[in-house]
Write a protein that binds this ligand. Structure first.
Ligand SMILES: Nc1nc2c(ncn2[C@@H]2O[C@H](COP(=O)(O)OP(=O)(O)OP(=O)(O)O)[C@@H](O)[C@H]2O)c(=O)[nH]1
Ligand SMILES: [Mg+2]
Length: 318
């Protein structure tokens, strides 16, 4: 299925039903009192988090949602039926915006967010009886529903993000560390959308979720390549694993290019803890060197060399 991480949906809540003007009419009760019921409230539209969904694909193909209106109140003190709510299932880890304003997030399974509140039902004339007015003709109309255009953005929830230039061996590293089986290729941009893998810790019986990102190239922050649209997914990670192809030339420049893109996209990314992985050491006959402040691991994701040490570090860091 296509990985869709952004969708626009139009949601519309139902209007409330009108209150009713009515007076009791019975054969031997000449002037029965007012008995107009209240209108029912309009249905609301809710988003609800589901652990079974991974993309916004469903919202992309069905972007319109509308809840029913409330029924009008009736005589004999009958209140109108409320309109049914509409529940839209979404993946977890979404941010919901109306224009530029963030109106909420859904982070957990079953978490609900009311994105279009149903209109209140109007009160019927029975409600307005008072000592001075025993036969009110006053009623309220139902409140209108609201219509909103929402932008929904999916940000993967992962603990660790693997980032790097194209072809550095990010997916191979994810494969070496987790149960995930992402595609691996000798050419750049093999990975077109993030791959998630779980790194299980058998002693504590917990998992760390690791996301392997598409390659980032110079100019990504301006939309070059495909890395940019996925940079936001790493906003939420606790730690970045920066993979560098140690068999290529100029490791320092690879590293600077990446950090430069982070800085231009969102400087907060640079504040995240990170480690550097010099990959493909099986192709070298000398130990690679990169002079940086961060912790550096030399590995061969393909052969598995050095991967255990990296795993131990990540498990302790999380
Ligand atoms: N010799 C060697 N080759 C490796 C190693 N890790 C990855 N490769 C190779 O490098 C190429 C790219 O690997 P990928 O894991 O697809 O790289 P990536 O960083 O995910 O690439 P994109 O998704 O395109 O950005 C493949 O041909 C891999 O087999 C390694 O440790 N040693
Ligand atoms: Mg890849």
């Amino acid at each position: 299925m296509k990985f869709i991480d952004e969708a626009t949906v139009i949601v519309e809540s139902g209007a409330g039903g009108n209150g009713c003007v009515s007076f009791r009419r019975e054969k031997f009760v000449p002037r029965g009192g007012p008995d107009g019921g209240n209108g029912g409230s309009g249905g609301s539209v809710f988003l609800i988090g589901s652990k079974d969904l991974e993309t916004l694909y469903d919202l992309k193909v069905k972007p319109h949602y509308r809840a029913d209106r409330g029924q009008h109140g009736k005589g004999k003190n009958m209140h109108g039926r409320s309109g049914q709510d509409v529940l839209i299932q979404t993946p977890m880890g979404i941010v919901v915006q109306d224009g530029d304003a963030v109106i909420g997030e859904i982070m957990h399974h079953g978490e609900m967010l009311n994105v279009a509140r149903g209109g209140r039902g109007g009160r019927g004339n029975a409600h307005f009886v008072s000592a001075t007015n025993r036969a009110p003709r006053r009623v309220e109309p139902g409140a209108p529903g609201v219509k909103r255009k929402l932008k929904i953005v999916l940000k993967l929830i992962s603990d660790i993000g693997i980032v790097g230039l194209p072809n550095a061996g990010k997916s191979t590293l994810l494969r070496a560390m987790t149960n995930a089986r992402p595609r691996i290729g000798r050419y750049p941009f093999t990975t077109l959308s993030p791959n998630l893998g779980a790194l299980r810790d058998k002693t504590t019986n917990t998992s760390i979720i690791i996301a392997d990102m598409p390659g980032i190239i110079e100019g990504a922050h301006r939309g070059k390549g495909i890395g940019l649209q996925f940079l936001r997914h790493i906003e939420r990670t606790n730690l970045l694993v920066v993979v560098i192809d140690a068999s290529a030339s100029d490791l320092a420049r690879q590293y600077e290019t990446l950090l430069g893109e982070f800085a231009k996209y969102d400087p907060r990314l640079l504040k995240k803890p990170r480690v550097v992985v010099l990959n493909k050491i099986d192709l070298l006959d000398h130990a690679p060197a990169l002079d940086v402040q961060e912790r550096v691991f030399c590995v061969s994701a393909l052969k598995g060399t050095g991967v255990d040490m990296l795993i131990a570090y990540l498990q302790n860091a999380n």
